[in-house]
Design a binder for this molecule. Structure first.
Ligand SMILES: [Zn+2]
Length: 118
């Protein structure tokens, strides 16, 4: 249960030469941050993926095609990157289970301490 999705965290235009078409105004670097979304809660993860795309020749530039200059710029961007905070959002089913757990715990405590007897 639960799937991993990613949202666009940051997009930067690079002035590097595209390894495919050699244009200097087409490369964009996109960081995506993982989002954990399941039936109980939704939260931002700490994993990121990076994707490079050239708008000029409309191709994805995979890390094997990166030049030394591109790698340097990406390393710089990596260091400057700030992740979005976790921001946990509990869904109704999650709340229901938390409340149910609390209720069961209280009932068990009341029975154990002799407040409730059958
Ligand atoms: Zn290109």
């Amino acid at each position: 249960m639960g799937t991993a999705n990613y949202f666009d965290l940051k997009e930067t235009n690079l002035s590097n030469n595209c390894p495919e078409c050699y244009s200097t105004n087409g490369l964009t670097l996109t960081y995506k941050q993982k989002i954990i979304d399941n039936v109980l809660y939704k939260a931002n993860g700490t994993e990121t993926v990076v994707k490079m795309h050239c708008k000029n020749c409309n191709s994805d530039i995979f890390p094997v095609r990166w030049t030394e200059d591109i790698e340097r710029v990406v390393a710089y961007q990596d260091r400057a990157l700030q992740l979005k905070p976790k921001s946990l959002k509990i869904k109704p089913l999650g709340w229901f289970l938390i409340i149910l757990d609390a209720f069961l715990l209280i009932t068990v405590l009341l029975i154990a301490t002799g407040v409730i007897t059958f």
